[in-house]
Design a protein around this ligand. Structure first.
Ligand SMILES: Nc1ncnc2c1ncn2[C@@H]1O[C@H](COP(=O)(O)OP(=O)(O)OP(=O)(O)O)[C@@H](O)[C@H]1O
Length: 320
């Protein structure tokens, strides 16, 4: 279990993490999402004692990381896959790490097998691809058979097979009762891997809910209406607080009027409907909606994170 209370990190004038509190529970995959610069890595670094909090606390299994006498058995972390001496082999790196905790060759061979590194175990890390480096980082995190795993962007650099492998491993580790806390930029990946999601924006927690709740809260109000009478229906329902996006001549995406009310309005005005669907948003839509004001580095132009872009994405997703 990871417990974070009022955690804050300032670098000079810059507040990277701003008084956040959350819990990552055992038996659950907790996803940690946020735009670039939101403070995810800084938070993870503070949890494992690599950065000192300006205020607040972070504990793993009830104690600060530094207070654990055998931390590798409590928490395994992959924070920077490149933080390995390039002249060492994967085997040498894992043996050296294991030696700090009395972990021997048998366990090292096990984690090499779990992560599929057998064929390159004796090669120098210098020649590793990003994906092989990620696998080695995960092997190191698993070495002490810890109850808690912290993985920063674990699928970064992995091919599709590797992505599925990380997803399956994360789910399996949680099913064994471990706490699995992982960050990712890939919303679709999180939707398939995580049970619970914490969204960070500019150093603050902006959502802390199950995947389903996040989608429902952020994007559950849009309704797709397909009608040959789109012009007339749009003018009938236009009102303050109602937004109507029209992406095809006969398709309206309506926010601000529930689907039953739209059906009643169509019926009482003799408008023929070919479709009336409350649009189930995707996690991607929800994330864009949640973080639209929290992005530190905005991409300009079409597709920037705006509510319109989120609605457009939903419309597009639903028509495909
Ligand atoms: N050592 C540092 N000195 C000064 N500012 C820092 C330092 N480390 C991080 N920051 C700043 O703190 C903020 C949070 O950074 P952090 O790396 O934690 O974000 P992140 O959510 O992990 O982003 P990314 O997904 O891009 O890695 C950023 O604005 C970053 O520039």
């Amino acid at each position: 279990m990871i417990e974070v209370q009022g955690l804050t990190k300032r670098y000079g004038d810059k507040t990277a993490v701003d008084g956040i509190s959350f819990t990552a529970e055992p038996g659950v995959v907790t996803g940690f999402l946020g735009p670039n610069g939101a403070g995810k890595s800084t938070t993870m670094r503070m949890i494992v004692g690599l950065d000192r909090p300006t205020a607040g606390s972070a504990t793993v299994n009830g104690k600060r990381y530094a207070d654990h006498s055998a931390p590798l058995h409590e928490v395994g972390a992959l924070l920077d896959a490149k933080a390995v001496h390039p002249g060492r082999s994967a085997l040498g790196h894992l043996l050296a790490m294991g030696a700090t905790h009395g972990i021997g060759r048998t366990r090292v061979d096990e984690v090499i097998a779990i992560t599929g590194l057998e064929s390159v175990a004796k090669k120098r890390v210098r020649g590793f691809s990003l994906g092989m480096g990620q696998r080695l980082g995960i092997a190191a995190a698993l070495l002490g058979d810890p109850a808690t795993l912290i993985l920063d962007e674990p699928v970064n650099g992995l091919d599709p097979e590797g992505v599925i492998w990380v997803r399956t491993l994360a789910r399996q580790l949680a099913a064994e009762g471990r706490t699995v806390f992982l960050s990712s930029h890939l919303m679709s990946e999180m939707a398939q891997t995580a049970d619970h999601i914490i969204v960070l924006g500019r150093g603050r927690v902006i959502a802390d809910s199950s995947v389903g709740e996040i989608i429902a809260l952020s994007s559950g109000t849009a309704v797709r209406v397909r009608t040959p009478d789109a012009d007339r229906f749009a003018s009938l329902i236009a009102a303050p607080g109602v937004t109507i996006t029209r992406s095809e001549s006969d398709l309206l995406v309506v926010n601000g009027v529930p689907a039953p009310r739209l059906g009643e309005l169509a019926s009482s005005n003799g408008v023929i409907l070919h479709e009336l669907t409350p649009a189930a948003g995707t996690l991607e839509d929800a994330y864009l909606t949640l973080t639209q004001d929290e992005v530190e580095y905005h991409a300009g132009g079409p597709g920037a994170a705006t509510p319109a872009a989120a609605t457009a994405a939903m419309t597009e997703g639903a028509t495909r």
